[in-house]
Design a protein around this ligand. Structure first.
Ligand code: TYC
Length: 101
C-alpha cells in the first residue's frame, strides 16, 4: 500500500475573550461609623480586619476607595447588597460600580 502523506495539521485555538471587569467603589460619608464600614466590608467582600480597615480609612481620607473588581453582574450585586446592608441599619453608606478602563 502506498503511504499517504497528509499536510501538517494546523490547529487554531480560539480562546474566549475575558469579560470586562468592573470596580466596586466605597464612598465616604459623614455619618456611617467607621466600625460599621469595616463590618460591611468583611461581611460582603470577605476582607480581613486589616484589609477592611485600610480600605475604610482610604475612603474616609480621600472620598472613595476601590474595594475589588468583578464581572459587571457580580460587582453590581455586591455593591447593591452592601449598600442595602447599611440602609437596613439607617446608614447612608454607599457602594457604586464603574467599568475598569
Ligand atoms: N467618614 C465616616 C466617619 O467619620 C467613616 C466612613 C469611612 C464612612 C469610610 C464611609 O466609606 C466610608 N464616621
Amino acid at each position: 500500500m502506498p503511504e499517504t502523506v497528509s499536510p501538517p495539521r494546523v490547529e487554531e485555538v480560539v480562546k474566549p475573550a475575558r469579560p470586562p471587569l468592573h470596580k466596586v467603589i466605597l464612598l465616604n460619608d459623614d455619618y456611617t461609623p467607621r466600625n460599621f464600614v469595616v463590618r460591611v466590608l468583611k461581611a460582603e467582600f470577605r476582607m480581613d480586619e486589616g484589609g477592611a480597615s485600610r480600605v475604610m480609612l482610604t475612603a474616609h481620607q480621600r472620598g472613595s476607595c476601590v474595594v475589588a473588581v468583578f464581572t459587571r453582574e457580580i460587582a453590581e450585586e455586591k455593591a447593591a447588597r452592601a449598600t442595602d446592608m447599611a440602609g437596613r441599619e439607617g446608614y447612608p453608606l454607599r457602594f457604586t460600580t464603574e467599568p475598569e478602563n
